[in-house]
Design a protein around this ligand. Structure first.
Ligand SMILES: *Cc1c(COP(=O)(O)O)cnc(C)c1O
Length: 401
């Protein structure tokens, strides 16, 4: 078992085509049978030619050919030199967090994914790693907290579900100027590499919950992380091999299968989301969506990403009314998570973000009545009909005869 990061497979090729072509084109030239789909190497061990070992693969914790194919493909679409596939999005962040040592500090947004908050709280308690939470909608807010202790600056943009935008290039510039040892890390789950590639915007590490858009069907859990820096890649690989959190061969295969349709899924989901946004805005609801010209950071988002994505949230002004709307929807399933081909509806304060204490939600101006919509690939007329009926039944809109 090796501690050394294996070199990229010979099949790795630089980006040659536009994204939608690259994402569906998985190179597999070394396959002896010319399989059109990368095979599942469901094997824990690999036989060696001699007593000294030295084969390309020996043990699947350290490396597995199905995972390698997936990782090379992900590196290509993320604009990374190296990418790694691990068992969940939280694992991806955990791997990154192991580059931080006791006494180091993290600067992070104040509107983070609930699980991210939980992990940062755990690091503070168990390892004396302090996180400063700042309003990342204003790039300058990171400045007072940058010091020689800073090891990570952790950003989410857009945030979920409040859809706040962080300026990745400006914050990366501030961090790299003031703290050469610090790494800018971006959770890019909401956008996927199709719409936004943080490594091209100045970040050092980008990660995703691949459970969401990358896999796209809510049938597996996985996390993905990538970097352009070989030395950082070595450190990340060391942690993954040491802790044994690399993604198994079957899930690697499933993720490689799912990711091929990322562009076509996102195009449709985003197209539907724009229609839903326009519908809600036409009835006067306050909608949070970076595709709306009413969004205060519309221009900033547009500079970094090629589209607004397919998650939006809206306020009704009344918690009980929001509950009635969520429960009246039929085509929209009540579910946490997003990025699935099916449309989902939820109240973040009751579900995905309930782990954030109520007083912290209040400090962060988190509307308790907020409804989040994660738009899928269904026919948009059906989605609109179902939502309109739910709004009418709940009493948010006058009934149509
Ligand atoms: C879901 C999610 C995660 C965590 O990923 P898991 O795959 O559930 O572990 C992290 N960040 C964001 C923005 C997410 O939506």
């Amino acid at each position: 078992m090796t501690d050394v990061l294996p070199s990229p497979a010979a099949s790795f090729k630089e980006k040659r085509y536009r994204f939608a072509t690259e994402v569906v084109t998985v190179d597999n030239p070394d396959d002896p049978h010319h399989a059109a789909s990368v095979p599942i190497y469901q094997s824990a061990t690999f036989k060696q030619a001699g007593a000294g070992g030295g084969g390309e693969y020996d043990y699947s914790r350290s490396g597995n050919p199905t995972r390698t194919h997936l990782e090379n493909h992900l590196a290509k679409i993320m604009g990374a030199k190296r990418a790694f596939a691990v068992t969940s999005g939280m694992t991806a962040l955990d791997v990154i967090a192991r580059l931080v040592q006791a006494g180091d500090e993290i600067v992070a947004g104040n509107d983070l994914y609930g699980g991210t908050n939980r992990l940062l709280t755990f690091l503070a308690k168990s390892q004396n790693i302090k996180t400063h939470h700042v309003d990342t909608t204003k790039a300058e807010s990171v400045l007072p907290y940058l010091s020689e202790k800073t090891k990570l600056v952790l950003l989410e943009t857009p945030t979920n579900p409040l859809i706040r935008i962080a300026d990745i290039p400006t914050i990366s510039q501030y961090v790299h100027d003031k703290c050469p040892r610090a790494l800018v890390v971006v959770d890019n789950t909401m956008m996927s590499p199709y719409l936004q590639r943080p490594l091209e915007l100045g970040a050092d590490i980008s990660y995703h919950s691949a459970t969401k858009y990358l896999a796209g069907h809510h049938d597996l859990m996985a996390g993905v992380l990538g970097t352009r820096d070989e030395a950082v890649a070595e450190q990340l690989y060391y942690v993954i091999n040491a802790t044994g959190c690399g993604l198994g061969p079957f899930d690697s295969w499933l993720l490689l299968r799912g990711v091929k349709t990322l562009a076509v899924r996102m195009d449709k989901q985003q197209h539907n989301a724009v229609r839903i946004n326009n519908f809600l805005e036409s009835y006067g609801f306050k909608v949070h969506y970076p595709g709306s010209t009413n969004h205060p950071q519309y221009e900033l988002h547009k500079k970094m990403a090629t589209g607004p994505g397919a998650v939006l949230s809206f306020e009704t002004g009344d918690i009980a009314l929001s509950e009635r709307i969520v429960e009246a929807a039929k085509l929209w399933s009540i579910s946490v998570s997003f990025g699935c081909v099916n449309s989902l509806i939820s109240m973040p304060c009751r579900m995905s973000h309930a782990s954030i204490p109520a007083h912290v939600r209040a400090e962060r101006e988190f509307p308790e009545d907020l409804i989040r919509l994660c738009v899928g690939i269904e026919d948009v007329e059906d989605l609109l009909d179902d939502l309109k009926t739910a709004l009418e039944q709940a009493g948010a809109l006058p009934s149509t005869p």
